[in-house]
Design a protein around this ligand. Structure first.
Ligand code: F6P
Length: 364
Protein backbone atom coordinates (compact mmCIF):
# COMPACT_ATOMS: atom_id res chain seq x y z
CA UNK A 1 0.00 0.00 0.00
CA UNK A 2 2.82 2.41 0.80
CA UNK A 3 2.77 5.82 2.44
CA UNK A 4 -0.52 7.65 3.11
CA UNK A 5 -0.62 10.91 1.19
CA UNK A 6 -2.71 14.02 1.18
CA UNK A 7 -3.59 15.10 -2.35
CA UNK A 8 -5.02 18.49 -3.36
CA UNK A 9 -6.63 19.14 -6.74
CA UNK A 10 -7.65 22.35 -8.49
CA UNK A 11 -9.15 23.22 -11.88
CA UNK A 12 -7.91 26.41 -13.55
CA UNK A 13 -8.56 28.42 -16.71
CA UNK A 14 -11.71 28.26 -18.83
CA UNK A 15 -13.97 25.36 -17.91
CA UNK A 16 -14.11 22.38 -20.20
CA UNK A 17 -16.17 19.18 -20.51
CA UNK A 18 -14.37 16.39 -18.63
CA UNK A 19 -13.18 18.37 -15.60
CA UNK A 20 -15.67 16.61 -13.35
CA UNK A 21 -14.69 13.24 -14.80
CA UNK A 22 -11.05 14.01 -13.97
CA UNK A 23 -11.92 15.10 -10.42
CA UNK A 24 -14.06 12.00 -9.96
CA UNK A 25 -11.39 9.59 -11.19
CA UNK A 26 -8.59 11.22 -9.16
CA UNK A 27 -10.70 11.08 -5.99
CA UNK A 28 -11.93 7.52 -6.53
CA UNK A 29 -8.50 6.11 -7.41
CA UNK A 30 -6.77 7.99 -4.60
CA UNK A 31 -9.27 6.79 -1.99
CA UNK A 32 -10.20 3.32 -3.22
CA UNK A 33 -6.80 2.16 -4.44
CA UNK A 34 -4.36 3.94 -2.14
CA UNK A 35 -6.44 5.28 0.78
CA UNK A 36 -5.09 8.79 0.20
CA UNK A 37 -6.89 11.85 1.53
CA UNK A 38 -8.11 14.37 -1.09
CA UNK A 39 -9.10 18.03 -0.88
CA UNK A 40 -10.16 20.37 -3.70
CA UNK A 41 -9.28 24.06 -3.90
CA UNK A 42 -12.11 26.25 -5.20
CA UNK A 43 -11.83 28.62 -8.19
CA UNK A 44 -8.41 27.36 -9.23
CA UNK A 45 -5.37 29.13 -7.82
CA UNK A 46 -7.59 31.69 -6.10
CA UNK A 47 -8.73 28.99 -3.65
CA UNK A 48 -5.12 28.01 -3.07
CA UNK A 49 -4.28 31.64 -2.25
CA UNK A 50 -7.29 32.06 0.05
CA UNK A 51 -6.94 28.53 1.48
CA UNK A 52 -10.53 27.95 0.38
CA UNK A 53 -10.98 24.22 -0.09
CA UNK A 54 -13.41 21.34 0.38
CA UNK A 55 -12.71 17.82 1.50
CA UNK A 56 -13.41 15.43 -1.36
CA UNK A 57 -14.75 11.97 -0.53
CA UNK A 58 -16.55 9.35 -2.59
CA UNK A 59 -19.85 11.00 -1.85
CA UNK A 60 -18.73 14.39 -3.19
CA UNK A 61 -17.91 12.93 -6.62
CA UNK A 62 -20.93 10.67 -6.92
CA UNK A 63 -22.94 11.26 -10.12
CA UNK A 64 -20.67 13.90 -11.67
CA UNK A 65 -18.82 11.83 -14.30
CA UNK A 66 -20.93 12.97 -17.26
CA UNK A 67 -21.51 16.56 -16.21
CA UNK A 68 -19.75 19.50 -17.88
CA UNK A 69 -18.30 22.32 -15.79
CA UNK A 70 -16.39 21.71 -12.57
CA UNK A 71 -17.68 21.11 -9.04
CA UNK A 72 -14.55 22.98 -7.86
CA UNK A 73 -15.30 26.07 -10.01
CA UNK A 74 -12.59 27.72 -12.08
CA UNK A 75 -10.98 31.05 -12.85
CA UNK A 76 -8.72 32.20 -15.66
CA UNK A 77 -7.56 35.33 -13.85
CA UNK A 78 -5.51 34.25 -10.85
CA UNK A 79 -1.83 33.82 -11.62
CA UNK A 80 -0.31 33.81 -8.11
CA UNK A 81 3.10 34.68 -9.54
CA UNK A 82 1.64 37.87 -11.02
CA UNK A 83 -1.46 38.50 -8.93
CA UNK A 84 -3.71 41.56 -9.25
CA UNK A 85 -4.15 43.15 -5.85
CA UNK A 86 -5.22 46.53 -4.51
CA UNK A 87 -2.64 48.39 -2.43
CA UNK A 88 -3.31 51.91 -1.12
CA UNK A 89 -6.23 52.25 -3.54
CA UNK A 90 -4.09 51.29 -6.56
CA UNK A 91 -4.22 48.00 -8.48
CA UNK A 92 -0.78 46.41 -8.65
CA UNK A 93 0.67 43.05 -9.71
CA UNK A 94 2.65 41.04 -7.19
CA UNK A 95 4.02 37.56 -6.56
CA UNK A 96 1.88 35.90 -3.85
CA UNK A 97 2.98 32.33 -4.58
CA UNK A 98 4.60 32.03 -1.13
CA UNK A 99 1.15 32.37 0.44
CA UNK A 100 0.05 29.34 -1.58
CA UNK A 101 3.15 27.37 -0.56
CA UNK A 102 2.48 28.27 3.07
CA UNK A 103 -1.17 27.14 2.76
CA UNK A 104 -0.16 23.80 1.26
CA UNK A 105 2.33 23.23 4.06
CA UNK A 106 -0.15 24.28 6.73
CA UNK A 107 -2.72 21.77 5.43
CA UNK A 108 -0.10 19.04 5.14
CA UNK A 109 -0.68 18.63 1.39
CA UNK A 110 1.87 16.27 -0.18
CA UNK A 111 0.91 16.68 -3.83
CA UNK A 112 -0.97 19.26 -5.88
CA UNK A 113 -2.82 18.00 -8.98
CA UNK A 114 -3.36 20.88 -11.39
CA UNK A 115 -5.93 20.46 -14.16
CA UNK A 116 -5.60 23.16 -16.78
CA UNK A 117 -4.38 24.54 -20.06
CA UNK A 118 -1.23 26.44 -20.94
CA UNK A 119 -1.60 29.30 -18.42
CA UNK A 120 -2.64 27.10 -15.49
CA UNK A 121 0.09 24.56 -16.20
CA UNK A 122 2.71 27.31 -16.48
CA UNK A 123 1.99 28.15 -12.84
CA UNK A 124 2.05 24.42 -12.02
CA UNK A 125 5.55 24.27 -13.50
CA UNK A 126 6.52 27.35 -11.47
CA UNK A 127 5.22 25.80 -8.23
CA UNK A 128 7.22 22.67 -9.03
CA UNK A 129 10.31 24.88 -9.42
CA UNK A 130 9.51 26.24 -5.95
CA UNK A 131 9.66 22.72 -4.51
CA UNK A 132 5.95 21.76 -4.55
CA UNK A 133 5.14 18.23 -5.71
CA UNK A 134 2.96 18.84 -8.75
CA UNK A 135 1.20 16.67 -11.34
CA UNK A 136 -0.46 18.31 -14.38
CA UNK A 137 -3.48 17.12 -16.37
CA UNK A 138 -4.00 18.67 -19.85
CA UNK A 139 -7.36 20.37 -20.30
CA UNK A 140 -8.69 22.53 -23.12
CA UNK A 141 -11.31 22.35 -25.82
CA UNK A 142 -8.70 24.03 -28.07
CA UNK A 143 -6.46 20.91 -28.15
CA UNK A 144 -3.46 23.23 -28.45
CA UNK A 145 -1.25 21.84 -25.64
CA UNK A 146 2.08 20.41 -26.75
CA UNK A 147 3.22 16.80 -26.29
CA UNK A 148 -0.21 15.23 -25.98
CA UNK A 149 -2.28 14.07 -28.95
CA UNK A 150 -5.54 15.14 -27.35
CA UNK A 151 -6.59 17.26 -24.42
CA UNK A 152 -9.87 16.23 -22.81
CA UNK A 153 -12.83 18.43 -23.77
CA UNK A 154 -11.78 18.79 -27.40
CA UNK A 155 -13.84 15.90 -28.75
CA UNK A 156 -16.94 17.11 -26.92
CA UNK A 157 -16.69 20.52 -28.58
CA UNK A 158 -16.13 18.87 -31.95
CA UNK A 159 -19.40 16.99 -31.39
CA UNK A 160 -21.18 20.27 -30.62
CA UNK A 161 -19.72 21.96 -33.72
CA UNK A 162 -20.66 19.03 -35.96
CA UNK A 163 -24.21 19.06 -34.62
CA UNK A 164 -24.51 22.83 -35.11
CA UNK A 165 -23.22 22.52 -38.68
CA UNK A 166 -25.83 19.84 -39.40
CA UNK A 167 -28.52 22.26 -38.28
CA UNK A 168 -27.08 25.13 -40.34
CA UNK A 169 -26.95 22.76 -43.31
CA UNK A 170 -30.71 22.16 -43.43
CA UNK A 171 -31.69 25.80 -43.02
CA UNK A 172 -28.95 26.98 -45.41
CA UNK A 173 -30.09 24.50 -48.04
CA UNK A 174 -33.74 25.55 -47.71
CA UNK A 175 -32.93 29.21 -48.38
CA UNK A 176 -29.97 28.79 -50.73
CA UNK A 177 -27.77 30.72 -48.35
CA UNK A 178 -24.10 30.85 -47.47
CA UNK A 179 -23.89 29.88 -43.79
CA UNK A 180 -20.85 30.93 -41.78
CA UNK A 181 -20.14 29.34 -38.37
CA UNK A 182 -17.45 30.84 -36.12
CA UNK A 183 -15.95 28.39 -33.63
CA UNK A 184 -13.47 28.67 -30.75
CA UNK A 185 -9.90 27.40 -30.55
CA UNK A 186 -7.78 30.50 -29.89
CA UNK A 187 -4.76 30.43 -32.24
CA UNK A 188 -5.19 26.81 -33.29
CA UNK A 189 -7.60 25.40 -35.87
CA UNK A 190 -8.30 21.98 -34.34
CA UNK A 191 -11.98 22.54 -33.50
CA UNK A 192 -12.72 24.10 -36.91
CA UNK A 193 -10.87 21.35 -38.79
CA UNK A 194 -12.35 18.36 -36.97
CA UNK A 195 -15.85 19.83 -36.61
CA UNK A 196 -15.91 20.96 -40.24
CA UNK A 197 -14.59 17.69 -41.60
CA UNK A 198 -17.08 15.67 -39.55
CA UNK A 199 -19.99 17.74 -40.88
CA UNK A 200 -19.00 18.07 -44.57
CA UNK A 201 -18.26 21.79 -44.48
CA UNK A 202 -17.37 23.25 -47.87
CA UNK A 203 -14.82 25.73 -46.55
CA UNK A 204 -12.77 25.58 -43.34
CA UNK A 205 -10.68 28.61 -42.36
CA UNK A 206 -8.04 28.06 -39.69
CA UNK A 207 -5.37 30.28 -38.08
CA UNK A 208 -2.59 28.13 -39.53
CA UNK A 209 -3.54 29.16 -43.11
CA UNK A 210 -4.34 32.87 -43.62
CA UNK A 211 -7.19 32.85 -46.13
CA UNK A 212 -7.62 34.51 -49.49
CA UNK A 213 -11.25 35.61 -49.69
CA UNK A 214 -11.26 35.29 -53.49
CA UNK A 215 -10.68 31.53 -52.99
CA UNK A 216 -13.69 31.38 -50.70
CA UNK A 217 -15.75 33.18 -53.34
CA UNK A 218 -14.48 30.73 -55.97
CA UNK A 219 -15.75 27.82 -53.86
CA UNK A 220 -19.20 29.37 -53.52
CA UNK A 221 -19.34 29.95 -57.29
CA UNK A 222 -18.11 26.42 -58.01
CA UNK A 223 -20.98 25.10 -55.90
CA UNK A 224 -23.43 27.36 -57.75
CA UNK A 225 -22.25 25.89 -61.06
CA UNK A 226 -22.81 22.40 -59.63
CA UNK A 227 -26.37 23.34 -58.63
CA UNK A 228 -25.46 23.39 -54.96
CA UNK A 229 -26.90 26.75 -54.12
CA UNK A 230 -25.82 26.81 -50.49
CA UNK A 231 -22.39 26.75 -48.89
CA UNK A 232 -21.26 25.88 -45.37
CA UNK A 233 -18.21 27.75 -44.04
CA UNK A 234 -16.52 27.11 -40.68
CA UNK A 235 -14.15 29.80 -39.48
CA UNK A 236 -11.93 29.47 -36.43
CA UNK A 237 -11.96 32.53 -34.16
CA UNK A 238 -8.19 32.92 -34.69
CA UNK A 239 -8.36 32.83 -38.51
CA UNK A 240 -7.36 35.90 -40.48
CA UNK A 241 -7.30 37.03 -44.12
CA UNK A 242 -3.93 37.10 -45.91
CA UNK A 243 -4.02 40.87 -45.94
CA UNK A 244 -5.64 41.43 -42.54
CA UNK A 245 -5.50 40.88 -38.79
CA UNK A 246 -7.14 38.57 -36.28
CA UNK A 247 -10.34 40.00 -34.84
CA UNK A 248 -10.29 40.71 -31.09
CA UNK A 249 -13.63 40.87 -29.28
CA UNK A 250 -12.38 42.13 -25.91
CA UNK A 251 -9.37 42.62 -23.68
CA UNK A 252 -9.66 41.24 -20.14
CA UNK A 253 -7.07 43.34 -18.32
CA UNK A 254 -6.63 41.14 -15.23
CA UNK A 255 -6.37 37.91 -17.20
CA UNK A 256 -2.97 36.32 -17.87
CA UNK A 257 -3.99 35.85 -21.50
CA UNK A 258 -6.00 39.09 -21.89
CA UNK A 259 -6.96 38.81 -25.57
CA UNK A 260 -10.37 37.31 -26.29
CA UNK A 261 -10.87 36.52 -29.95
CA UNK A 262 -14.20 36.76 -31.73
CA UNK A 263 -15.94 38.46 -34.63
CA UNK A 264 -14.14 37.00 -37.65
CA UNK A 265 -17.34 35.17 -38.71
CA UNK A 266 -19.26 38.43 -38.88
CA UNK A 267 -16.43 40.15 -40.74
CA UNK A 268 -16.18 37.32 -43.23
CA UNK A 269 -19.95 37.43 -43.85
CA UNK A 270 -19.81 41.19 -44.50
CA UNK A 271 -16.83 40.85 -46.85
CA UNK A 272 -18.59 38.07 -48.77
CA UNK A 273 -21.76 40.16 -49.05
CA UNK A 274 -19.76 42.83 -50.87
CA UNK A 275 -18.12 40.35 -53.25
CA UNK A 276 -21.16 38.16 -54.01
CA UNK A 277 -24.12 40.54 -53.40
CA UNK A 278 -26.65 38.23 -55.07
CA UNK A 279 -26.05 35.61 -52.32
CA UNK A 280 -27.63 35.76 -48.89
CA UNK A 281 -25.06 35.26 -46.15
CA UNK A 282 -25.80 34.46 -42.50
CA UNK A 283 -23.26 34.23 -39.71
CA UNK A 284 -23.53 32.38 -36.37
CA UNK A 285 -21.05 32.46 -33.50
CA UNK A 286 -21.29 29.22 -31.50
CA UNK A 287 -19.45 30.70 -28.49
CA UNK A 288 -19.55 29.05 -25.08
CA UNK A 289 -22.11 26.46 -26.19
CA UNK A 290 -18.96 24.60 -27.30
CA UNK A 291 -17.77 24.40 -23.68
CA UNK A 292 -21.01 23.61 -21.87
CA UNK A 293 -23.27 20.62 -21.40
CA UNK A 294 -22.54 16.96 -20.90
CA UNK A 295 -19.13 15.46 -21.60
CA UNK A 296 -18.94 13.07 -24.58
CA UNK A 297 -18.23 9.39 -23.85
CA UNK A 298 -14.80 9.73 -25.54
CA UNK A 299 -13.82 12.61 -23.23
CA UNK A 300 -15.22 10.85 -20.16
CA UNK A 301 -12.98 7.87 -20.86
CA UNK A 302 -9.95 10.06 -21.66
CA UNK A 303 -10.53 12.03 -18.44
CA UNK A 304 -10.78 8.84 -16.39
CA UNK A 305 -7.55 7.57 -17.95
CA UNK A 306 -5.80 10.89 -17.24
CA UNK A 307 -7.10 11.06 -13.66
CA UNK A 308 -6.09 7.50 -12.79
CA UNK A 309 -2.66 7.97 -14.41
CA UNK A 310 -2.14 11.13 -12.34
CA UNK A 311 -2.69 9.11 -9.16
CA UNK A 312 -0.26 6.42 -10.36
CA UNK A 313 2.36 9.16 -10.85
CA UNK A 314 1.66 10.31 -7.27
CA UNK A 315 2.14 6.77 -6.03
CA UNK A 316 5.46 6.56 -7.91
CA UNK A 317 6.40 10.11 -6.82
CA UNK A 318 7.06 11.15 -10.42
CA UNK A 319 6.41 14.83 -9.82
CA UNK A 320 6.82 17.76 -12.19
CA UNK A 321 5.08 15.84 -14.97
CA UNK A 322 1.91 16.15 -17.03
CA UNK A 323 -0.07 13.08 -18.04
CA UNK A 324 -0.50 12.76 -21.80
CA UNK A 325 -1.92 10.65 -24.62
CA UNK A 326 0.35 9.37 -27.40
CA UNK A 327 -1.45 7.23 -29.95
CA UNK A 328 -3.71 5.21 -27.69
CA UNK A 329 -1.21 5.03 -24.82
CA UNK A 330 -1.43 7.12 -21.68
CA UNK A 331 1.96 8.34 -20.48
CA UNK A 332 3.58 11.41 -19.02
CA UNK A 333 5.94 14.21 -20.04
CA UNK A 334 7.88 16.82 -18.09
CA UNK A 335 5.97 20.07 -17.50
CA UNK A 336 9.20 21.87 -18.41
CA UNK A 337 8.94 20.42 -21.93
CA UNK A 338 5.25 21.29 -22.37
CA UNK A 339 5.16 24.93 -21.32
CA UNK A 340 5.53 27.78 -23.78
CA UNK A 341 4.73 25.72 -26.87
CA UNK A 342 1.53 25.71 -28.84
CA UNK A 343 0.45 22.62 -30.77
CA UNK A 344 -0.94 23.86 -34.07
CA UNK A 345 -2.61 21.90 -36.84
CA UNK A 346 -0.02 20.28 -39.09
CA UNK A 347 -1.10 21.75 -42.42
CA UNK A 348 0.60 18.89 -44.27
CA UNK A 349 -0.75 16.21 -41.94
CA UNK A 350 -3.06 13.35 -42.82
CA UNK A 351 -6.26 14.96 -41.50
CA UNK A 352 -5.67 18.07 -43.61
CA UNK A 353 -4.82 15.92 -46.63
CA UNK A 354 -8.00 13.90 -46.16
CA UNK A 355 -10.04 17.10 -45.96
CA UNK A 356 -8.46 18.46 -49.14
CA UNK A 357 -8.99 15.11 -50.91
CA UNK A 358 -12.74 15.32 -50.35
CA UNK A 359 -12.84 18.81 -51.85
CA UNK A 360 -12.85 21.04 -48.76
CA UNK A 361 -11.35 24.48 -49.40
CA UNK A 362 -9.05 26.10 -46.84
CA UNK A 363 -9.19 29.46 -48.59
CA UNK A 364 -5.73 29.02 -50.10
O1 F6P B 1 -9.33 28.21 -24.21
C1 F6P B 1 -10.68 27.87 -24.26
C2 F6P B 1 -11.49 29.00 -24.82
O2 F6P B 1 -12.84 28.60 -24.88
C3 F6P B 1 -11.02 29.50 -26.19
O3 F6P B 1 -11.40 28.65 -27.25
C4 F6P B 1 -11.64 30.87 -26.22
O4 F6P B 1 -10.91 31.71 -27.07
C5 F6P B 1 -11.54 31.32 -24.79
O5 F6P B 1 -11.40 30.15 -24.00
C6 F6P B 1 -12.73 32.10 -24.30
O6 F6P B 1 -12.45 32.56 -23.02
P1 F6P B 1 -13.56 33.16 -22.05
O7 F6P B 1 -14.36 32.02 -21.50
O8 F6P B 1 -12.77 33.86 -20.99
O9 F6P B 1 -14.41 34.08 -22.85
Amino acid sequence: MGERKKVAILTGGGDCPGLNAVISSVVKTAILKYKYEVIGYKFGYKGLYLNDYVKLDLNSVSGILHKGGTILYSSNKDNLFNYSAEENGVMIKKDVSNVAVHNLQKEGVDVLVVVGGDGTLTSARDFYRKGINVIGIPKTIDNDLALTDYTFGFQTSVNVVAEALGRLHTTGESHHRVMVLEVMGRNAGWIALYGGLAASADVILIPEIPYDITKVVEKVKERDRNNKSFTIIVVAEGAKPIDGQIVVSKIIEDSEDPIRLGGIGQKLAMDLERLIPHHEIRSTNLGHIQRGGDTSPYDRILSIRYGTQAVELIKEEKYGNMVCLRGNEIGYVSLEDVIGKIKNVNVNGSVMNAARSVGISFGD
